[in-house]
Every structure is written in C-alpha cells, then in structure tokens.
Design a protein around this ligand. Structure first.
Ligand code: SAM
Length: 302
C-alpha cells in the first residue's frame, strides 16, 4: 500500500496548540455550525461526503478537531473497498468523522458486492461526544449501518460479544482511542475469539504522532516473542501504563474520565500470526503520521 509523500498545506486544520484541543465545547459548537447551515437539508442530509466536508471546513476555519482526516482516512477506505467488511468496529468515535467516512464506505462496499447490510460499531466513552456522533450519523443517513456504543471500549467490546452482536468475529477494526488501550483491547478481542485468522484486518491510527511503541511491538512480534512476553506478564511483570508513552498521551483523558483503568495482565492469544505494515501519511494538521495495517494471517497451535 503506497505511503503519501506530500501534504497539501491549503487543507490544513487549524493549529492544535499546546493547551486544550478538545472537550471545551467545540464539539457541540460543531453541531450548531452544521445545523445552522442554510444547505443542511438541501445538501448535507443523507450526504456523508458533504457532511465530512462541512466538518473539515469547521476544523480548518474555526477550531482544530482530532479527526483521522482525509489523507489517513483514504488508507482505511481503500482497505474497506478491498475487504468488504461485514462487521467493523471502531474504538474512539469523537465527533463521528471516521464513523461517517468508514460507515459510508462499508455500506457502499457491501451494496456493490450484493452482500447483506453490514454493521459498523463506533465505541465512544464520552457520552457527549457519542451524542454528537449519533446526531451526525442520523443526518448522514447511516442509521441503518452504524451503531454508536457509549462506554469504555473494553466494557463495550465485552458486552457486544456477550449479546452475540460480534458473532463470527470482526472483519475490520479501526483503533483510534486511548493510545495505551490499543494493545489491551486487541488482546481482549483475541481472547474473545473476535480476531479471525485469514480475515481480520486491524488499522491503528497515530502510530507515529503521538506514536504507540507497545502496540507496534506487539503486532510485529513473532508468536515465540509473544509467548515469552505473555509468560512475563503471568509472572507479574509490566504493570501500569507503558513508560514509553509521553505524559500528555498517557493523561489525555484524565480531566474528564479520571485515571485510566487498563487490564495490563491480559495475555491475548499469542499464537495468532500477524503480518503488519506501516502506511505513512499525514495528520489533518499536516504533521507526519501513519496507520499500522495488520492482517491476522494464521494461528500457531502449541
Ligand atoms: C482521536 S479521537 C477519535 C477520532 C475519530 N476516530 C475520528 O477520526 O473521527 C479519540 C476518541 O476516543 C475516545 N476514547 C478515549 N478512550 C476511550 C475508551 N477507552 N473507550 C472508548 N472511547 C475512548 C475519546 O473520548 C475520543 O473521542
């Protein structure tokens, strides 16, 4: 999969800044911005592309939004077109940019292939953000495909599994929430049998900016290396948030959600074999970033 080599500066989102860059009222302001546009019914309603363009315009001309953006988004929509996922899970929905972009792509791919209506689950912990997603998903006409699930990703994954809504496993997963939770949530999915050899594709955002060394290490490890790490975890090593995360990343959601509760004792299913590749691209602000695309290609039995 080719990496993007240049960023079109004219499309850059407003600067993120050093201070607060989310959860300061801008997410609700975005809703008012969209719903007060004179063309909300004539252009935006039932038109995912036009809504994404309106979100981009807000983030370029008013305030930065932590969306995946056009460039990295294309990496995932290209994969969706190839894979035609029937069940896709997104960890971290924010205001619904990736949900609308990928939900529409999943729907289009399934329709073109003559498959049944697919399911796209967007997991978002902040109830106010989840409400923004629901509102924009309804405007986009994607209610038939998208389900927004409010709550912490690990609890939501476990509940969806128990309810049988992920029966047969997950075809694609987009990881874009609390960076230290990428690995613990992937291991949870493995343990629940949601990662299917020969089928599941994982797309992990922000593996360069801000970076996610523990996740990259995990999906790029051999089965033998993962088994050795699992043994160390069983012996009680590796508690707490990995020290390789910058403080800003580790504490990103501290103000609203409090200290993150990560189950770092999870061992996953070390026998799963992954093939993983970094696809470089850009944040919508123009910063260099990349999506790690990981395919589960098999399982080694002991
Ligand atoms: C970078 S934003 C997601 C952006 C979105 N995927 C997009 O591209 O449009 C990260 C989101 O993850 C949410 N989040 C953080 N930790 C979470 C968790 N443990 N479970 C579910 N959502 C979480 C945050 O509230 C935030 O809205």
């Amino acid at each position: 999969m080719p990496s993007a080599s240049s960023f079109e500066q004219a499309k850059a989102y407003a600067a993120k800044g050093e201070g607060t860059f989310f959860d300061d009222g801008r997410e609700i302001e975005l809703l008012h911005y969209i719903h007060s546009r004179p063309d909300v019914d004539s252009t935006l309603r039932n038109n995912p592309a036009a809504i994404l363009s309106a979100i981009d315009t807000y983030a370029r001309t008013k305030k930065y939004l932590m969306n995946v953006g056009e460039d990295k988004g294309r990496i995932v929509t290209d994969l969706i077109a190839q894979q035609t996922p029937q069940t896709m899970l997104e960890l971290g929905g924010y205001v619904g940019y990736s949900c609308i972009l990928f939900g529409a792509a999943v729907k289009q791919a399934a329709r073109a292939a003559g498959h049944p209506t697919p399911r796209y689950y967007s997991l978002e912990r902040n109830p106010e953000f989840a409400a923004v997603i629901m509102c924009l998903v309804a405007l986009a006409g994607l209610d038939d495909v998208v389900t927004v699930v409010v709550g912490s990703s690990d609890a939501s994954i476990a509940r969806l599994h128990t309810e049988g809504r992920l029966a047969g496993g997950v075809d694609m997963m987009f990881l874009d929430h609390y960076k230290p939770a990428y690995t613990t949530d992937l291991k949870l999915c493995e343990q629940l049998g949601l990662i299917v050899p020969g089928r599941t594709v994982l797309c992990a955002d922000n593996v360069i900016t801000p970076g996610n060394p523990p996740y990259l290490e995990y999906v790029r490890s051999t089965v033998a290396e993962k088994r050795a790490t699992a043994q160390k975890i069983a012996d009680g090593e590796g508690n707490g948030v990995d020290a390789r995360f910058a403080d800003r990343t580790a504490k990103q959601y501290l103000k609203r959600e409090g200290e993150a509760k990560l189950d770092v004792t999870r061992q996953g299913k070390p026998g799963l074999v992954y093939e993983s590749q970094l696809v470089e691209s850009f944040e919508p602000s123009g910063e260099r970033d990349g999506v790690e695309v990981t395919r589960c290609i098999g399982e080694e039995q002991i």
